[in-house]
Write a protein that binds this ligand. Structure first.
Ligand code: URP
Ligand code: ZN
Ligand code: ZN
Ligand code: ZN
Length: 510
């Protein structure tokens, strides 16, 4: 059997990959509970040529169709992760998961699409785009791109237009942190917001005050705190709250929708709650690490353990995760990402003597669907339909690819998971599919297990085996002017007319 699709680095068994991985194009998922964000029903799902062709009871098929029994199980849209960093050059190294290993991990955990952040090359968007097109050639599942904006001039402004109009990118991320590398000024932020608005592209922010972080880091080093705990101590929640508030207010000033990535603290969440209450269009994305972990491990005496939890904004103290979960269940926050950005323990050692040099990032692509299910559905905090909304549908709506993605409807892409609520999952770096030698969820077990993943109409995960083909993943172009932009022009017109009301002044003579 040919072995040409195997990736030696990832260590799959021979049976897990190869040419036999091309599954039949006709699949019937029988008798499961089909869950969409808007409702759930017992039905069969029939797939042909990568597309959902029917959702109905007692669907009859011929014997050329592969039938999967899903009785007693949930049949749900594959997860969509709005926030990943695969093959990203960052902090003097490159993430250990690339577009193949990261996506393989995603599929094994029930995520069938992710949106990755293109980092410009020396500020150039087109060079960044070309580099990521290259990186993504080995993709084994569908993906889209956001793009970071790291400097500002006429070229960048024009390139943003090209990205939106020709390249399928409808969102741009602005970093308010990482002083000296990715961080941008408020002036640039305003320019960027204005441009995003005119293009119908969603502005995203990494909300931490980079100058304050710099000051906090100096303070820790002066105190002799050089270990991983110094990372969290140097950038407390108030620093995240400040930047979140500032970004929200500046986006409001421009009147353009805003997406706050990796909301890690109560402080940031409360700013989002306040803004939404006053009618502002602000989306808040917590990430799974922030929902289910706390900062205690940063104090672990073993550097290897402590360092694997270093990410920005930091994983917070006990209480923040529960509050973020509650905010998700009540609609203050809208969807869950991962910020999957993995560095192995050797890479993390770059910061052995200085926490400022520990590459920032944690894993999550393979774990998100299970961890959210276990911590929020099993506990009864959210419904199964809400689970689908938070892990898939809302992401598809925000980035304007719904209902092609994020739904089990006739005509949608056949990206589907079958989750058995009576089975259980276990997480360990010894058998996960990321290339990292560590896992921040090491040893976790819980209820619910993604038993089957179907991506693009192919069975890619079944019986704990991956059948992935590099190059089979498609780039999903995303159109501008999502629902978040509806009515923005009316609010603008109202604002302008209020300014134009003439002020009658008395002419005074002496
Ligand atoms: O620690 C993190 N979050 N690393 C990835 C880069 C970012 O800020 O999203
Ligand atoms: Zn192999
Ligand atoms: Zn970030
Ligand atoms: Zn990130």
């Amino acid at each position: 059997e040919s072995n040409q699709f195997c990736d030696a680095g990832i260590g799959y068994r021979e049976s897990e990959c190869g040419l036999d991985s091309v599954s039949p194009s006709k699949i019937l998922i029988k008798g499961g509970t089909v869950v969409n964000a808007h409702r759930q029903q017992v039905a069969d799902v029939y797939i042909e040529d990568g597309i959902i062709a029917a959702v109905q009871s007692n669907f009859k098929v011929g014997d050329d169709v592969t039938v999967i029994d899903a009785m007693g199980k949930y049949v749900m849209p594959g997860g969509i992760d709005p926030h990943t960093h695969l093959a990203m050059e960052f902090m003097g190294t490159e993430t250990i998961d690339d577009f193949f290993s990261g996506q393989a991990a995603a599929l094994a955990g029930g995520t069938t699409m992710h949106i990755d952040f293109i980092i410009p090359v020396n500020g150039s968007l087109s060079a960044g785009y070309e580099a990521y097109v290259e990186k993504a050639k080995k993709s084994c599942t569908d993906y889209g791109f956001h793009m970071a904006i790291t400097k500002w001039d006429e070229t960048v402004s024009k390139e943003m237009e090209v990205m939106v109009k020709n390249k399928g990118i409808n969102s741009f991320k602005f970093f308010l942190a990482y002083k000296g590398s990715l961080m941008i000024s408020d002036e640039l932020l305003l320019e960027g917001f204005k441009k995003c608005k005119s293009l119908g592209a969603l502005a995203m922010v990494h909300a931490e005050n980079g100058d304050a972080v710099f000051e906090g880091q100096k303070r820790m080093i002066e105190l002799g705190i050089t270990g991983p705990e110094g990372h969290a101590l140097s950038r407390p929640p108030m620093i995240e709250g400040e930047a979140t508030s500032r970004a929200i207010r500046l986006a409001g000033f421009v009147n353009t929708p805003l997406y706050v990535v990796h909301v890690m603290s109560i402080d940031a969440m409360e700013e989002i709650a306040r803004a939404r209450k006053s009618g502002k269009r602000v989306i808040g994305e917590p990430v799974v690490s922030g929902l289910v972990l706390d900062d205690s491990c940063l104090w672990d005496p073993d550097f290897k353990i402590a360092a694997k939890f270093v990410m920005s904004p930091p994983i917070r103290g006990p209480g923040h995760g529960k509050a973020l979960q509650a905010a998700l269940s009540t609609g203050i926050l809208q969807l869950v990402g991962t910020d999957h950005c993995t560095f192995n323990s050797t890479q993390k050692t770059l910061g052995i003597d200085d926490f400022r040099k520990i590459p920032n990032g944690v894993n999550g692509l393979e774990e998100r669907m299970h961890m959210v299910w276990d911590s929020m559905v099993v506990s009864g905090q959210i419904s199964v339909t809400d689970y689908v909304r938070l892990t898939s549908t809302e992401c598809a709506r925000i980035f304007n690819i719904y209902p092609r993605k994020g739904a089990i409807l006739v005509g949608s892409d056949a990206d589907i998971i079958i989750l058995n609520p009576n089975s259980s999952f276990e997480i360990s770096s010894s058998f996960h599919h990321s290339r990292s030698d560590t896992n921040v969820y090491e040893g976790r077990r819980g209820k619910g297990k993604v038993e089957v993943t179907i991506a693009g109409g192919r069975i890619v995960w079944e019986n704990d085996e991956l059948k992935v083909v590099p190059g089979s993943g498609k780039y999903i172009k995303m159109q501008p002017f999502s629902y978040l932009f509806d009515g923005i022009d009316k609010a603008d017109a109202e604002y302008l007319s209020s300014l134009r009301a003439p002020v009658k002044r008395f002419k005074t003579t002496s």
